[in-house]
Design a protein around this ligand. Structure first.
Ligand SMILES: Nc1ncnc2c1ncn2[C@@H]1O[C@H](COP(=O)(O)OP(=O)(O)O)[C@@H](O)[C@H]1O
Ligand SMILES: [Mg+2]
Length: 291
């Protein structure tokens, strides 16, 4: 047996012992948990292969864009180990309250509400140290015990990769319309984005499309473009795997600042190439969902 075969056999034995697998998921209807009771028309997952590629940025801007279009929107942060939503929406000091109807999500505007573990931690730098089953319980609570009311959209911000959180929300959420995959252009990110595409396809969930973020840096001094992480990797992956390409968003210091300052970039209404790119990507995405 080669070293590689031996390592593979050992990994598979370990995984079997804990009931896990690298084989295609078998969605056995009789063993799936029941869907959570939540009144929502479209649930959209925001996923990526890697961290730091812009999932939370996309989730915040998508939720805000939808709310601006008059939709009733919930934004659910399932990145328990790195919850970014409270800060990116400028609501990190808010605390969910409990009413007779359940846990009240934090209201950002009349038709946009958010829920995140970040609201419930004793301090912003407190780590969350949970195993899979605890996360599954919390995800169920965040769906069924939060008083979302009637929603047109629930946008779900996920941690990177194809782990417990993504699998659990895929099983529990009703009316799952699909997943958006965010990637940066370079091969090391695109490779993992393709894994996320295949994961979603194995679960029989539509891939709404791939977004290529940080696609070229617009130089604030000269206005020229620097292809920091290359260009075109997201478009190519979408073409290769037969899923929609939703467009590219440049690397722009204004986007980073708006995240740090808690003001969604899309609200700035700056008539810049970056703003038009973000707006275009959001329009393409809404068209995919509502078509
Ligand atoms: N197009 C962009 N231009 C500049 N900064 C960006 C862009 N997209 C995301 N960022 C910044 O990069 C960092 C990581 O983005 P984030 O959305 O938190 O990624 P993820 O959720 O995938 O880990 C954040 O500081 C965010 O503000
Ligand atoms: Mg994030």
């Amino acid at each position: 047996m080669s070293m590689q075969d031996q390592a593979q056999a050992e990994i598979e034995a370990e995984m079997k012992a804990v009931g896990s697998t690298t084989q295609p998921l078998q969605q056995n209807q009789s063993t799936l948990p029941p869907k959570a009771e939540i009144d929502v028309q479209h649930v959209i997952l925001v996923l990526s292969g890697k961290g730091g590629v812009g999932k939370s940025t996309v989730a915040v801007n998508l939720a805000t864009a939808l709310a601006n279009h008059g939709r009733r929107v919930g934004l659910l942060d399932l990145d328990f180990h790195g919850p970014s939503i409270p800060k990116m929406l400028g609501i990190e000091s808010r605390v969910p309250t409990v009413s007779a109807d359940g846990i009240e999500p934090v209201r950002v505007t009349g038709n946009l509400a958010a829920m995140s573990i970040g609201f419930l931690l004793s301090s912003p730098d407190a780590p969350v140290i949970w195993r899979g089953p605890v996360k599954m319980g919390v995800i169920r609570q965040f769906l069924a015990e939060v008083n979302w009311g009637t929603l047109d959209y629930l946008v779900v911000d996920l941690p990177p990769g194809t782990g417990d959180e993504a699998l659990t929300i895929a099983q529990l959420a009703p009316n799952l319309r699909g997943a958006v995959i965010v990637t940066t252009p370079q091969d090391v990110a695109v490779l993992d984005a393709v894994k996320a595409v295949k994961f979603i396809q194995q679960l029989d969930i539509p891939v709404l499309g791939i977004i290529e973020n940080m696609s070229g840096l617009v130089c604030p001094q000269c206005g020229g473009t620097v292809d920091m992480f290359g260009r075109g990797g997201g478009r190519k992956a979408a073409g290769d795997h037969g899923v929609p390409y939703l467009g590219a968003i440049p690397l722009d210091p204004e986007m980073m600042r708006s995240g740090d300052q808690g003001r969604p970039y899309i609200l700035q209404q700056a008539d810049s190439p970056t703003w038009r790119a973000v707006d275009g990507v959001m329009e393409n995405l809404v068209a995919e969902v509502e078509s």
